[in-house]
Design a protein. Structure first.
Length: 132
């Protein structure tokens, strides 16, 4: 688990979010209000702003880039706590095709995030032969 997690607030604009995705090469950011995690915003959520549908016309690019994370974030998201077993984390990642899962404590407080790389490292460490 990574304990120092990069987060965003609800008022971050799509333009700022785009710059963060580019700079950090992350696929998602937890959305935090003070100490409580209130949502998750992914690259997919960002891209949905630009999708054409039969029922809507896409606004101009500049207008879309002024939207905020609050407009596009996921309010219901999958998370685990510190007692969740590795096999359950792996099952959630595979079942839901997740790249990372937030780890929450009491009161929806963000404690960390578990990435695919964290799980792969843990599996590798668990299967290493023990030297006596």
């Amino acid at each position: 688990m990574t304990r120092e997690v990069r987060t965003v607030s609800r008022d971050v604009t799509m333009d700022e979010l785009n710059n963060l995705f580019t700079a950090d090469d992350f696929n998602a950011y937890p959305v935090v209000d003070q100490t409580q995690m209130v949502g998750l915003v992914t690259k997919f959520d960002f891209l949905k702003c630009f999708a054409l549908t039969l029922s809507s016309m896409v606004p101009r690019y500049d207008e879309l880039m002024k939207r905020t994370v609050a407009d596009v974030m996921i309010h219901e998201f999958i998370y685990v706590n510190t007692a969740t077993k590795l096999v359950r984390v792996l099952q959630l990642m595979v079942e839901h095709r997740l790249r990372s899962i937030p780890v929450l404590g009491v009161g929806q407080c963000l404690i960390g995030i578990i990435s695919r790389e964290d799980v792969m490292r843990a599996l590798r460490d668990c299967t290493k032969p023990r030297v006596l």
